[in-house]
Ligand binder design. Structure first.
Ligand code: HEM
Ligand SMILES: *[C@@H]1O[C@H](CO)[C@@H](O)[C@H](O)[C@H]1NC(C)=O
Length: 321
């Protein structure tokens, strides 16, 4: 009897292991170079096409806020099968998906069927942030890939370009991201661009009175008509001063009412968020701290772990067996 008790105590820690979680260096034994290979690929791609790094940051948001960080975003549309989340209007302007395949191929060459696409989404965002001048973030791994696309949920779960700050705050709160962290995450809009199609409602027929008039004139030059052809690549950069740097300039811009989206403008004026906006505008180090914390919260939203999900061989397609 005592022996049995002893055996049980010995096994106890192993039962804990079965309840799997994300961990630091999850691939240290199965693919020790995984994180290095990803960083190398992300760096090479950045030097060829700087905006790939911007895309990895947006990918993290669009993947993780839809149920889980599970690479469901990366699934391509297949005849009579998967409908891609990328086909949703919410994904408008997303780019560089083809380069995810380069990262995945480099990994598969060294460690077949070992490193998930979900971890590639997370780590490429992490490495992209560093290349864009943002903070270094220590990130856990061990995510698994979804066995389905959630294309039908995307419109409910990803905020639209004209959604209010209230709806955005409550959407983030749903996944455990507090107000301060939400303010920090929007700092991602310190890089990249917004297409005219997502802007013109603030310019025509009349200029949104919350928008800085000089900036509105600039935006009207960038977007000269109220009905831009979605196929035209008409856009404005988010941050004219440091367009490829993740920094607190975003907060300075929105305090001057030069934010492009409704949510950017409201972030600076809503009493729940404005105090954080002012603090981040004044203190880049505080912004970096909160941005790191917020990226971790987002990247750890409800992951599939252990024997849930799968590790896709090609991030675009479900495994066939
Ligand atoms: C919460 C409310 C948010 C809304 C309504 C929103 C909406 C948008 C829209 C409409 C665009 C422009 C798309 C285009 O016209 O090309 C955009 C761009 C972008 N968003 Fe957000 N976004 C939000 C939050 C976030 C978050 C939390 C992140 C990341 C942490 C993020 C990262 C980006 C990036 C990096 C771009 C630039 C993409 C590029 O230039 O390729 N956004 N967002
Ligand atoms: C937001 O924009 C969409 C088009 O993208 C439009 O259908 C919708 O009515 C707009 N919503 C609000 C609240 O203005």
């Amino acid at each position: 009897m005592t022996n049995l008790c002893f055996l049980f105590l010995l096994l106890l820690p192993h039962f804990n292991l079965v309840k799997s979680q994300l961990e630091l260096n999850y691939y240290s034994k199965s693919c020790p170079k995984a994180e290095e290979i990803i960083r190398e690929q992300v760096t090479q791609l950045y030097h060829k096409h700087g905006n790939t790094a911007v895309s990895w940051v947006r990918n993290l948001f669009h993947d993780c806020i839809v149920k889980s960080c599970d690479a469901s975003l990366l699934l391509a549309t297949v005849p009579n099968g998967v409908v891609s989340e990328q086909a949703s209007g919410r994904s408008f302007g997303m780019r560089n998906f083809k380069y995810v395949n380069s990262i995945k191929s480099a990994i598969e060459e060294q460690c077949p069927l070992t490193v998930s696409c979900a971890d590639i989404v997370a780590l490429s965002a992490r490495d992209g942030i560093v290349l864009l001048g943002g903070p270094s973030i220590e990130m856990k791994t061990g995510r698994k890939d979804s066995k389905e696309s959630y294309a039908n949920l995307v419109e409910d779960l990803i905020p639209n370009h004209n959604d209010s700050i209230s709806s955005v705050l409550s959407r983030f709160q749903d996944i455990g991201i507090d107000v301060e962290a939400t303010v920090a995450l929007l700092g991602a809009h310190s890089v990249g661009r917004v297409h005219c199609i997502n802007l013109v409602h603030r310019l025509y027929p009349t200029v949104d009175e919350t928008l800085d008039p000089t900036h509105a004139e600039y935006l009207k030059r960038r977007c000269p008509t109220p009905n831009p052809d979605p196929k035209d690549v008409l856009y404005s950069r988010n941050d004219l001063k440091t367009p490829m740097i993740i920094d607190n300039n975003y907060y300075k811009n929105i305090l001057q009412h030069k934010g492009l989206l409704t949510v950017d403008e409201e972030l600076a004026t809503d009493p729940r968020t404005a105090p954080y906006v002012r603090k981040m505008a004044n203190d880049n180090q505080y912004f970096n701290q909160q941005f790191s914390r917020a990226i971790l919260l987002l990247s750890e939203n409800n992951p599939l772990t252990g024997d849930q999900g799968q590790i896709r061989k090609d991030c675009r397609y479900l495994n066939t067996n």
